[in-house]
Each structure stands twice: as C-alpha cells, then as structure tokens.
Ligand binder design. Structure first.
Ligand code: HEM
Length: 391
C-alpha cells in the first residue's frame, strides 16, 4: 500500500501548525505542487496528519469511511463550548443529531421567515441609504448576529438593546479565546485572552440558562423541551449556536457573493440571479465553492485505513481543506474561474462534491437554515442601490 507523500516530522520541532494557520491555502498549494499529490502528510497540532485536498479523499473521509475516522473529543471546541454534538462520536452523536435536526426542520424555518425578512430589510436598507461606501463584511456580520440572537435566544436588538449589546460583547470575547493560545492565566490587572474568554463563556451561560428556564417561546422553548442527554446539553448547544462562528461564516459568504457580483461586467449575471431562483442557487453554489468560509474539519483515524489509495496509520489526524477540495481539477474544470453555469452543465447534480458545510453523516445541521437565510438576504443585495455602496 502506498505511503502518504511528505513528512510527519519529529514531535514539537517538526510541527507545522503555525505555518498552516497563517496561510492554509498557500500551505496546501505549495505541498500539492511539491508532492504532485492532493493527499499528503505533515505534523499538525503535534500529530502526524493526512491533508486531504481532493474530492475523492474528502468523500472517503466524510462519507464512505466515516466510521473509521472519528471526531477529536480533546479539540479546542470542547474547551470553549463544553460537550456538544460537534465533538461527540458514535451513538451519542447520532442521538444528538436526531434531536437537534428537528429544530431546523421545514415548519420551524417557515415560522422564522417574517423575522428574517424584517431584519434583512432593515439592515440592508441602512446599507443602501447611508449614501457612503460601507465595509460590507462588518455590516453582514451585524446582520448575522441580529439573526442568530433573535432566532435562537429571542433577544432582539431593537427590543432589548442593553442585553443585546452585552451578549454581543461577551460573544466577541468568547470567540477571541478560540483563536488565542489555550493558557488560562490571571494575575492582578492582566488576564490572558483565553482566561477572559472563559469568563465570558460563564457569563453567557448564565444568560442562556436564565432564558432556557424562563422562555418557553420559539427556538429556546423547543430546545429546552428536547430529550437531551444531560442538564447542561441544551445550554452548551445554545452557546454554540449563538457564538460568533455563524455570523462570521454568513458574513464571509455574503461578502464573497457581493464581490463576485459587483462591477458593470456582472450586470447580466445580477439581473439573471434576481429573475431566476435556480440561477441564484447556482451562483451561491459557485460562491461557496470558490470561497468556503471555514478551512474544513479534522478527524482522527480509529484504525489503519486508506484515503485515496494511501495508507493512513491508526492515530493519525486527517484534515480536509475545503478551498483545495473545491479546486480539484479532476472534478472542476477551470477550477479558479467563477462559472455558475457549471452547475447546470458538467457539474450538474454534483453538489455533494462540495464540503463548505462538511459532508456525509456529520455534515452541518444548520445547512437548510443557512440556505434559507442566504436566499432571503441575497435578493436585496442585488438591488443596484445596495451594490453601489459596497466596498
Ligand atoms: C454559513 C454558515 C455555516 C457554515 C459554513 C457551516 C459549516 C459547517 C461545517 C464545515 C461543518 C462540518 C465540520 C466537520 O466536518 O468537522 C458543520 C457542522 C455543524 N454545523 Fe454548521 N455551518 C454553518 C451554519 C450552521 C448553523 C446555522 C448551525 C446551527 C444553528 C450549524 C450547526 C452545526 C453543527 C451542530 C455541526 C456539527 C454536526 C456534527 O458534528 O454532527 N451550522 N458546519
């Protein structure tokens, strides 16, 4: 069986995590060229790791061989959010997914559509009426934050401005802990980013628990009445759903959409996307193919296995890199070009070759809701009055 090309290096000194997180796209591009293989190995988070940059490798990792590659329960996500479905495995993960998925089913989405439309209209109207060029990423992040706090926690910016602002600030501090070194140090007048994040998490948990106890309406009410494995499960999942992760991912997709469709040369594409929902769908697929919001996801090999015909020993990490998978020239011709038409031509019916929302049995449970958000948000963005303000 062929060995993974590349070198897993020696413990600590051979670790490439800093280099990878500084520029994941360049890191993978360089090694794919060097090894002439879209699957290779390196040391990441001080563990020998298979990097997956091909569609075939991603499909095997996330679908066909998903039972051989498990989530890492010691992941930083567990530190920051506690035990949630994200890092669970086996039967526990299946049961959690089953319960949580019901929260995002059709009827629940429809009941949210008036709220989503009103927040989009207000936020995007502010953008088009300001008369000044605006930084769209920040505006879209504010929009995403209003959506998640209103939908998941019943806290609306215009109804409870002080509580809303307090939660936004705590979510930002909590998020900074995810991207800082996990060192919990506090000395008088100074505390590490990670320890500030843990304090923010505790305060958010108090607000969330209060909501779960006293609010029987909407998403909070439905989550509170789900049969979950222990008493902290509902609050930990709510912390995950209101965290900065989702508004950031939404803002990233909407910003890429805005940039891809701005300029005079895109006028025809914009008009067609406004008139034809199927074409808008293809534009959105192409936006997520070229600019996926997250790097990808990581697993640990539970036993010796192969990925794309290469041996992955037990205990190895395996990480799929969405940006590189989506530009695999075996599947996507002219991989770097923005071609929405590919989704009605050569790549028709191949949405499952994308992994911006994961893939297979552990794919994103919020994908329907996200698509629902995106479609409601994209139409007002396509209006000329809105697009000409964007920078
Ligand atoms: C633009 C928005 C979003 C993006 C790009 C996104 C992306 C992803 C990705 C890539 C994964 C798979 C991670 C892996 O393979 O390890 C995932 C899983 C997950 N997502 Fe999302 N997501 C988004 C929105 C949401 C929303 C709105 C929710 C719910 C409120 C959500 C809840 C989850 C959960 C619970 C999982 C874990 C599923 C499991 O491990 O079984 N996501 N998401």
């Amino acid at each position: 069986m062929a060995k993974l090309p590349g070198n897993a290096g020696v413990s600590v000194l051979g670790d490439k995590s800093l280099e990878f997180y500084r520029d994941p796209v360049g890191f993978c591009r360089q090694r794919v060229e060097k090894h002439r293989s879209r699957v290779f190995q390196c040391r990441l988070l001080n563990r020998p790791t298979a990097f997956i940059c091909s569609v075939q490798g991603m499909r095997e990792l996330l679908s066909e061989k998903s039972s051989l590659f498990l989530k890492d329960p010691t992941d930083l996500m567990t530190n920051m959010y506690g035990d949630t479905v994200v890092t669970a495995n086996g039967e526990e993960a299946c049961l959690l997914r089953l319960s949580l998925t019901s929260l995002f089913a059709g009827s629940c989405l429809e009941s949210s559509s008036d709220y989503i439309t009103s927040v989009c209209e207000r936020c995007l109207k502010d953008l088009s009426l300001s008369g000044q060029p605006a930084c769209v990423y920040s505006s879209f992040k504010r929009l995403g934050t209003e959506l998640v706090l209103g939908l998941f926690l019943n806290v609306q910016a215009d109804e409870q401005p002080e509580l809303y602002q307090e939660i936004v600030q705590l979510c930002t501090q909590h998020w900074h802990g995810l991207i800082s070194a996990p060192v919990n140090v506090k000395v008088p007048l100074w505390s590490s980013g990670f320890s500030t994040a843990l304090d923010a998490r505790d305060k958010l948990m108090d607000i969330i628990k209060d909501k779960l106890e006293n609010d029987t309406q909407g998403f909070v009410g439905r989550l509170g009445s789900l049969p979950l494995p222990d008493s902290n499960s509902a609050s930990q999942h709510l912390l995950l759903f209101i965290s900065a992760l989702i508004p950031k991912a939404l803002a990233s997709l909407l910003t890429s959409f805005t940039l891809a469709l701005s300029g005079n040369e895109q006028e025809k594409t914009r008009r067609r996307a406004m008139e034809d929902p199927d074409y808008l769908h293809r534009v959105l697929l192409e936006v997520q193919r070229l600019w996926p919001p997250f790097i990808g996801g990581r697993r640990i090999a539970d036993q010796d296995a192969t990925l794309a015909g290469l041996h992955v020993p037990k205990g190895y990490g395996a990480i799929y890199i969405s940006h590189s998978v989506h530009r695999d020239p075996e599947v996507f011709q002219q991989p770097d070009s923005f071609l929405p038409e590919r989704w009605s031509g050569r790549n028709a019916g191949q949405e499952h070759f994308l992994c911006s929302f994961g893939s297979g049995p552990r794919s994103c449970i919020g994908i329907k809701l996200t698509n629902f958000f995106l479609k409601l948000e994209c139409l007002p963005i396509l209006q000329p009055a809105c697009l000409c303000q964007c920078v």
